[in-house]
Design a protein around this ligand. Structure first.
Ligand code: NDP
Ligand code: 8X3
Length: 257
């Protein structure tokens, strides 16, 4: 296992779920971290807590990954000691609605495509040149089982995660000569803030998604991300797919009564 001690890891969408778990997991391994999201108060609270618990360096800032100009400006103005990102975790993302295509709200489509696809591109575009100059780096994209399979009522979310899969694969080819790794971590049902956001705050609908089974947690996914980031230098994990134990595919799920 390669050590993460002293490495600099940038995680987008670190106020909740997988991003938050990853921030704690990397800091727990001695990595210094850069974290962001739109809810700046929460990002700052997490940053303070991580500094106190693990004694690592943390830089936190407000970012909406959809805003390319802001992404470029914010990343260009990182304090000097946080500029040389070793590992980028493109995690910020969301689902909006779970409806038949013809009953769905196009505003949700825009949010998903702008966040899950354009946002990931914006952040990667801002971070990659530094990695290319330094001739090292690792980009870990948070895809989904929805990037492997389409399912009913998920046309645009699935399309956005298929796009993440395609971007991951093409990028890996484009920078094969740059000593930069590209990986994706593709999970199934993970109980985070995801379903509450997908159902516009409806807690009951969100709970039902995980009814009758034990879902993955953000920590389970963070474990997989840490595994991916700590392989020996000659190993690249192209992708890890992890599902809840009672989940066979995006649509085949066994639920206890
Ligand atoms: P959460 O809702 O718990 O976390 C999402 C995070 O993304 C939050 O920190 C949120 O912060 C941030 N975020 C959302 N929009 C933006 C934005 N425009 N700019 C910056 N940050 C943003 O969900 P998860 O942890 O589950 O989701 C994380 C990733 O994992 C997503 O890409 C999701 O698609 C993927 N995923 C989730 C699975 C699941 O079942 N939960 C399974 C497979 C993949 P804030 O609101 O403060 O901006
Ligand atoms: C989130 C998991 O199965 O709801 O990416 O699409 S799923």
């Amino acid at each position: 296992m390669e050590s993460l001690k002293g490495k600099l890891v940038f995680i987008t969408g670190a106020t909740s779920g997988i991003g938050k778990s990853s921030a704690y997991a990397f800091a727990g391994q001695g990595a210094n971290i850069v974290i962001c999201a739109r809810r700046i108060n929460i990002v700052n609270e997490i940053a303070e807590d991580i500094k106190q618990k693990f004694g690592v360096k943390v830089y936190s800032f407000e970012l909406d990954v959809r805003d390319r100009q802001h992404v470029l400006k914010a990343i260009a103005s990182f304090p000097e000691e946080f500029k040389k990102i070793d590992i980028l975790i493109n995690n910020a993302g969301l689902g909006r609605g779970l409806n038949k295509f013809y009953e769905d709200n196009p505003d949700g489509w825009d949010e998903m495509i702008d966040t899950n696809v354009r946002g990931l591109l914006n952040v990667t575009h801002a971070i990659l040149p530094g990695m290319i100059d330094r001739k090292k780096g690792h980009i870990i994209n948070i895809g989904s089982i929805a990037g492997h399979e389409a399912y009913p009522k998920g046309a645009v979310y699935c399309a956005s995660k298929h796009a993440v899969d395609a971007i991951t694969r093409s990028l890996r080819m484009d920078i094969i000569d740059k000593n930069i790794l590209v990986s994706s971590i593709d999970a199934g049902l993970v109980e985070t803030g995801f379903s509450k956001v997908r159902f516009y705050g409806d807690e009951e609908k969100a709970k039902n998604v995980y009814k009758g089974l034990t879902p993955l947690t953000g920590d389970d996914v963070a474990d997989a991300i840490i595994f991916c980031a700590t392989r020996p230098a000659h190993v690249n994990i192209a992708e890890i797919t992890l599902l809840a134990a009672r989940q066979a595919s995006a649509t085949v799920v066994y639920r206890e009564e």
